[in-house]
Write a protein that binds this ligand. Structure first.
Ligand SMILES: Nc1nc2c(ncn2[C@@H]2O[C@H](COP(=O)(O)OP(=O)(O)OP(=O)(O)O)[C@@H](O)[C@H]2O)c(=O)[nH]1
Length: 300
């Protein structure tokens, strides 16, 4: 009779591995070995850098670690930047993985720099994997054409902001924005120009917003702006700023100006209102703007 041996794999050993590094000093080979294990435990770039920064202290004390990757629009920091700095550009084959800058109050010694370079080799694969993961996650949450967040990202953002608004008792406002008579642009000039017009309006809208405000594509030519910690009056001003910026875009097709406008609904979250209810209400206000002749902002 055949017997099957059952094995149980749990994460206890991994958890032990992740217990914070004690203040004990490690030799270069010991730390190298430990980093090879520890850095495998996360695909989040922030966490990978945090682990490297924490573990590094057992051989080379540093005050700050700054990471920059303009290709992926990433700027991350561990600890606090200090006076003396050393920086490294990290490459893996032809892939640029970013730039790391270590800093501390005391100058780095030659031996420390050489050890740091040895240890950085343990970061290459984990960082490359984390960047690939980051890219995959952001693709899954982004609309291909316009670069705005997609519906999944919008649902996540609205839920998160509703939770924050409840916890911190802060206002939360939404804008729903829809291009006016967009079908005509497609019909007269073709879909490719329609796409171009859509992208231009999204870029213009983004320029009217702060970096923390989320811009999402609800579908077709309809977009949502999530304004955390923002009351109705400021939300109305932002909506008006977007409306006016799009009206003054001076978008051209084959050298010919093509006027474009948008209609917007603005709503602030009422007590006990869910994200879905708020969005539905805001959508209705946008339709009210259409009925009132388009190119206007309608708020509650
Ligand atoms: N080029 C392009 N067109 C799109 C895209 N998504 C939706 N559309 C088009 O957007 C148009 C929307 O048309 P309607 O819903 O009639 O709205 P409208 O013409 O903007 O009119 P109003 O909203 O009433 O002002 C349709 O022709 C869709 O095919 C896209 O990704 N690219």
């Amino acid at each position: 009779m055949m017997s099957t041996q059952g094995n149980t794999i749990d994460l206890d050993s991994a958890r032990k591995l992740l217990q914070p590094a004690s203040s004990q000093q490690r030799s270069l080979p010991e730390l190298h070995q430990r980093l090879l294990q520890v850095l495998q435990t996360s695909l989040e770039i922030d966490r990978v850098l945090e682990l490297f920064f924490t573990e590094l202290q057992s051989l080379i004390p540093v005050d700050g670690l700054e990471y920059q990757n303009s290709t992926h629009d990433l700027q991350l920091q561990q600890g606090n930047p200090s006076l003396h700095r050393c920086s490294y550009r990290l490459n893996h084959g032809n892939d640029f993985l970013g730039e790391l800058q270590f800093s501390r109050a005391k100058r780095f010694r030659e031996l420390e720099l050489s050890n740091l370079e040895t240890l950085l080799s343990t970061l290459l694969y984990p960082l490359r994997n984390a960047l690939m993961y980051h890219e995959a996650v952001s693709c899954a949450l982004r609309d291909n054409l316009t670069g705005a967040g997609n519906r999944l990202a919008m649902d996540q953002a609205i839920n998160r902001e509703v939770q924050l608004a409840i916890r911190n008792r802060t206002p939360l406002s939404l804008l729903v924005l829809d291009l006016d008579r967009f079908k005509q642009i497609n019909d007269i000039y073709g879909h490719a120009y329609g796409d171009q017009a859509l992208k231009t309006v999204v870029d213009c809208t983004r320029q009217c917003l702060r970096a923390v405000d989320g811009l999402y594509r609800l579908g077709g030519e309809e977009f949502v702006v999530v304004l955390g910690n923002t009351g109705l009056e400021p939300a109305k001003s932002i909506a008006e700023r977007i409306r006016s910026a799009v009206e003054n875009l001076q978008f051209k097709i084959d050298g010919q100006p093509l006027p474009m406008t948008v209609s917007l609904g603005v709503a602030i979250r009422h007590n006990d209102e869910t994200g879905r209810e708020l969005l539905d209400r805001c959508d209705k206000l946008m339709y009210a703007a259409k009925h009132r002749g388009r190119n206007i902002v309608v708020s509650e």
